[in-house]
Design a protein around this ligand. Structure first.
Ligand code: APR
Length: 228
C-alpha cells in the first residue's frame, strides 16, 4: 500500500513550536513581508537573522512529539511510505523519519549569497548575526523557501509524483493555504487515493477528505495508524 503524508506546522505545535496561522500564529504577531521574503532580507539581513535565530533556538530546545513518532513508526511498518513536509524544523528526522521530502527547505541549512555554498549549521544561538560564509566571507541566508521564491525543483517534482501514485494520502497539521504544497492532497484525491485529514480545525481539504479526524496530530495519527 502506497502511503504518502503531507505535514504542516500543526504537527510541531505539540512540541511547542508556534504555527503560522490560527489563534497564536506567528503571522498574527509578525509581518511575513518583513521577515520571510528576499526583499526583507535584502533590506535588513540582521533583522531577518534575529528572527530566524530566535526560531532556531526555540526548535533546538524542542523535542519531536508523539505525532512525529507515529509517522516514523508508519515508515517502519509500510515499505512504500513517503513523508512530504512544509516544515523546516527537522523534527521529523529527529523522530527517526528518513524518507522525508522538505518542500520549504530546512532552518538548519545556511546558504552563501556570494558563492552559493550550502551547509548545515546547528549553532543556536549563532555567534554572529548576520553570519558570514567561512569560504568567501559573503553573507549567509537561511536555507528556507521565502514567500515569492520557487520551491526546490527536485523536491517538488518528487512530491507530485508520489502524490499521483498514492493509495492513501494523509494530510496533517496544515491550513492548506500555501501553494503548491496545498495542491498535493487534491492531486492524490483526483488519482483515486483515500484522503485522510488530521487537524483540530476544518480546512479547504476537509470537504474532500474520506476521513476527517478533528484531533491534534498525536491523537489523530495514533487513530490513523490503527485504521491502516
Ligand atoms: N495538531 C494538528 N494540527 C494542528 C495542531 C495540532 N496540535 N495545532 C494546530 N494545528 C493546525 C491548525 O488548525 C492549522 O490548520 O495546523 C495548521 C497550521 O497551519 P499554518 O500555521 O498555516 O501552517 P502551514 O499550513 O504549515 O503553513 C504553510 O506557510 O508560512 C508559510 O512556509 C510557511 O510552511 C509554511 C506554510
Amino acid at each position: 500500500m502506497k502511503i504518502r503524508v503531507l505535514t504542516g506546522a500543526g504537527i510541531s505545535a505539540e512540541s511547542g513550536i508556534p504555527t503560522f496561522r490560527g489563534k497564536d500564529g506567528l503571522w498574527n504577531k509578525y509581518d511575513p513581508t518583513e521577515l520571510a521574503t528576499p526583499e526583507a532580507f535584502q533590506k535588513d539581513p540582521k533583522l531577518v537573522w534575529e528572527w530566524y535565530d530566535w526560531r532556531r533556538q526555540l526548535i533546538a530546545k524542542a523535542e519531536p512529539n508523539e505525532g512525529h513518532k507515529v509517522l516514523a513508526q508508519m515508515e517502519e511498518n509500510f515499505p512504500d511510505f513517503w513523508l512530504v513536509t512544509q516544515n523546516v524544523d527537522g523534527l521529523h528526522q529527529r523522530a527517526g523519519s528518513k524518507k522525508v521530502i522538505e518542500l520549504h527547505g530546512n532552518i538548519w541549512k545556511v546558504r552563501c549569497i556570494g558563492c552559493g555554498k550550502e551547509d548545515y549549521d546547528y549553532r543556536a544561538p549563532l555567534p554572529e548575526i548576520p553570519p558570514e560564509c567561512d569560504s568567501c566571507g559573503g553573507l549567509l541566508r537561511p536555507g528556507v523557501v521565502w514567500f515569492g521564491e520557487s520551491l526546490p525543483v527536485d523536491a517538488l517534482q518528487r512530491a507530485y509524483e508520489l502524490s499521483e501514485d498514492a493509495d492513501v494520502f494523509i494530510v496533517v497539521g496544515t491550513s492548506a493555504q500555501v501553494y503548491p504544497a496545498a495542491e498535493l492532497p487534491f492531486v492524490a484525491k483526483r488519482r483515486g487515493a483515500k484522503l485522510i485529514e488530521v487537524n483540530p480545525e476544518e480546512t479547504p481539504v476537509t470537504p474532500y477528505a474520506d476521513v476527517s479526524i478533528r484531533e491534534s496530530a498525536s491523537t489523530g495519527l495514533r487513530k490513523v495508524l490503527e485504521l491502516l
